[in-house]
Ligand binder design. Sequence first.
Ligand code: MG
Length: 354
Amino acid sequence: MKITRVHAKMVKVPLAKPFVVSLGTIYDCESVFVKIETDAGITGFGEGAGFGFVTGETNESVLGAIRLFEPLLTGQNPFAIEHIHRAMDEKMRGNGSAKAAIDIALYDIMSKAANLPLYQFLGGVKNRVEIDMTIGIGAPVEMAERAAELSREGFREIKVKAGANPADDAEAMRLIRAAAPAVHIKVDANQGWNVSTALTMLREYEKYGVEAVEQPVPYWDIDGLAAVRARSPIPIMADESCFTPQDASAIVRRGAADIINIKLMKCGGLYRAAQINAIAEAAGVRCMLGCMLESRLAIAAAAAFVASRPNVLFADLDSFNDFDDAAFVTRSFDYATPWITLPDAPGIGVEIEF
Ligand code: MG
């Protein structure tokens, strides 16, 4: 089987309401969709959601990178995934979302060719994944109301964004815990603190039973992350500090995190995600699968990975709930709060209009 064509296009979808994190405010969801054709008549679909705050990409740059990668793909066997990733890495450093779009489409092709749903192709047996829901930064009272609402809807895990203002973060958590006493809570500071502020906040969050705190310090500060973790009463998760398998290796060697947040858009797709998870697992570090503002296509690929990897404890795969992608997603997984049930059709099982 050989790859014959690579198509890419950008789709823009407004969010239901703006999403605020410590790094800025997001109004639209834009994703780049990829369609890869083969001479066997099997077609694969992928998605790359560039996210400047985190990956340093725009969707225009994702489209540009995919155009540069196309000649590397044409004529290759889609199963030559190691070779293709190496060729893309030699052509362009970084550009995880562009590489993820291609990687996801290749896994769609490989699992269709094997006549297996992706979660089985990846070695898994279960088809259900529990997701959490994220609460963006807002007025503490409104954040607590949202937590109560999510708990009533059936979410058992929530993630709370923080890092803009320590006093507001603390007040929000006090109100959230009172409003949703049974829910499991993780916090994501999105690099918003230094080491001393992080330690103060961690002691505050300990009172409310927060179960993990994500990326307390800037992405480049691995020493700071390790210093926070050494004195933290709560497990520390690395997100923006971990893009590549090499980053994961550095983090585990320096004891900088208890959990690594893997995102297909940071690392370049499922192939690298598996490498990062293997490095983490071998070092006794657990993983979470997170997402950017991705539609049901990339979310289904990430959920299949979670379903196939027992070392991945959490699925922070909530972005598809924030926007209406029904206009171009024509077939999808079943979702009943808080469970994604993956399709048993061969491939990712999510189809898009292209
Ligand atoms: Mg994060």
